[in-house]
Design a protein around this ligand. Sequence first.
Ligand code: NI
Ligand code: MN
Length: 227
Amino acid sequence: MQIVWHGHSIIEIITANETNILIDPFITGNDLTDLKIADCHPDYILVTHAHYDHIGDTIEIAKKTGAQVIAITDLAAYLGEQGVTAEGLNFGGSYQTDFGKFKLVPAWHTAALPVGDEAPRTLGVAAGFEMHIDGKVLYNSGDTALFSDMKLINHGKGVDVAFLPIGDHFTMGIEDAVIAADFVKAKHVLPIHFNTFPAIKQNPTEYLEQLEDGVGISVAIGESFEI
Ligand code: NI
Ligand code: MN
């Protein structure tokens, strides 16, 4: 499969049968992404949690493309109210596909969104995704702190690629994300969720150098890699 990092937490996955999966499409207001709404053609949109830098342009893209959105139940209910085709999962539950499945897994983080002029509305809690695609296992932790139950991802059997935030301030920083890579036994790690805002400024090279040789994936925004 082909994996493209579009900056921040935006991941695009193209499976062997050309299914397009888009995660956390935060385009409007994201000065660093290469992605344009017009260029998005997802079959699935996975949203980790109800913060604006993760929901992003999900509603507009899903309405335009008819993509199936998958998120935690409370967030999926909200997205459904906005006219989007959304399937709600809760922790431990999976959505089956012809190429594998998406399993919703815990994260330690909050999840609230300003709706209109109202105070921010809590829409479930933050989550991650364990994705089984074309016989490989990918883990997107979403925004999270380090927590020891990461050792349970894929039943402790390791993952082919982990997408882990390193930005600090709102999530794990570099030091904790090094330990997270170890906890999930990642063969490869793509650091995400850094440099988009001043508060999450980090040097990804500093992170990649602390991983075991060959584990870290270094791609520029808009670049892809194959696994
Ligand atoms: Ni967040
Ligand atoms: Mn975030």
